[in-house]
Design a protein around this ligand. Structure first.
Ligand code: PHB
Length: 385
């Protein structure tokens, strides 16, 4: 790491820090650039770069990128390379919960801060939380838990659940099921489809149709979400079996590829581009300018807020693994999704949640916010340094 002096006054939140001496901070970015989650990886990186441009244009930051392929084994090898060979000061990225789980012990043991920008794996900010792991996206139970009561309150008492058969699918469905059943609802059937392998959802949709359910609750993302929503519609289920779930299903990133099939789907997320606030409107405008008019998504906002937090930490004087990890656990700011902060008990983000319906607008689709739900904190008792 080389020393550089930042002579100009730097803006740190509401106050200025003058003449801070900072080092080049090396960031290892581990994201899926290939496979079923490739679009998500590119989107998170676009958000991160925009965040750095905005909050740290004067900072000396070097980024080393690696393709996780959303594969736990390959990702662990790439993480080792970033930490041991490239000697990064901080890591960011991680889309899959299975990858996050595979990296946890290595990252914790190597004492390198990891700022997670998607993977919702509950345990990395819960029972296995680490002072080196913070999250700027969401946790699987944080997003899906509050939906059990909301779905029940819509008059739906019987649900069929579907999700890919890996950590995220199980955690999201279990969080929903727990609160839906506590509210008085019944899960009449459940299916975990082979992850990254299922092309034809027909046989599963047939089971859902004959199950006696009044709605389907689901988690799918990326390429799988596009196939699922289209097949659900072409199966003719829209009129008889409403589709609900976590909002990755109809993410603004790929909802246009789903087209009219997505209209009427009701889901929950920690961010939608239609949140009406000055901060969000300005973020949407900047993102659209750089991305051919496309609105940002929950993926880009996680990258953007992670970059914001990193810039705050560095401007506050953090310049090595230990001090960056400690500073990140304490960040708090207003971002496009509203007030956010890192909960020092778990290092998970605390944030608002939005239930939204995908609706037609002009030639395209947009997100109509139906309700705001309270956020829940992960049960952990202290994870900061
Ligand atoms: C996850 O594996 O945690 C995951 C992947 C894609 C999403 C959300 C969660 O959109």
């Amino acid at each position: 790491m080389k020393k550089v002096a930042i002579a100009a006054a730097l803006t740190l939140g509401a106050f200025n820090v003058a003449n801070v001496s900072a080092e080049t901070v090396k960031v290892g970015m581990l994201l899926p650039y290939s496979g079923v989650y490739a679009a998500l990886g590119n989107e998170i990186e676009a958000g991160f770069n925009l965040g750095l441009q905005e909050f740290g244009p004067d900072l000396d930051i070097e980024i080393v990128k690696e393709d996780s392929e959303a594969d736990p084994g390959k990702s662990l090898a790439k993480a080792r390379k970033l930490v041991l060979q490239d000697k990064v000061d901080v890591m960011t990225g991680i889309v899959s919960s299975a990858v996050a789980g595979a990296l946890r012990d290595f990252v914790h043991g190597a004492k390198v801060p990891l700022m997670v920008t998607n993977a919702g794996n509950d345990s990395i900010t819960g029972s296995s939380c680490s002072p080196y792991i913070s999250r700027f996206s969401f946790s699987n139970s944080q997003v899906n838990g509050p939906m059990g009561q909301w779905v029940y309150d819509q008059g739906i008492t019987k649900v069929y659940t579907m999700a890919p058969d890996y950590t995220a699918g199980h955690e999201m469905i279990e969080a929903f099921t727990k609160t839906f059943e506590a509210a008085g609802g019944q899960v009449v059937g459940s299916e975990y489809t082979p992850f990254r392998k299922t092309k034809d959802f027909g046989p599963y949709l047939a089971k859902a149709k004959s199950s006696g359910a009044e709605a389907i609750y689901t988690f799918y993302a990326g390429g799988e979400a596009i196939s699922f929503v289209k097949q659900y519609d072409s199966f003719g289920l829209k009129s008889s079996l409403p589709l609900m779930g976590s909002g990755f299903l109809t993410s603004p990133l790929y909802v246009n590829a789903e087209g009219p099939a997505a209209i009427g789907v009701k889901t929950v997320l920690h961010y939608v581009p239609t949140i009406d606030s000055d901060m969000n409107n300005s973020f949407v405008q900047k993102f659209q300018q750089l991305n051919e008019g496309r609105s940002p998504s929950e993926y880009s906002v996680a990258g953007y807020d992670a970059a914001h937090a990193l810039a705050l930490a560095i401007k506050g004087g953090a310049d090595d693994r230990e001090s960056i990890a400690a500073a990140i656990s304490k960040v708090s700011f207003t971002g496009p999704r509203g007030e956010v902060h890192i909960d020092p008990a778990s290092n998970n983000i605390v944030q608002p949640l939005y239930v939204y319906e995908t609706v037609a607008e002009g030639d395209g689709l947009t997100q109509k916010v139906l309700a705001q739900l309270p956020t829940t904190k992960a049960p952990a008792d202290g994870c900061s340094l």
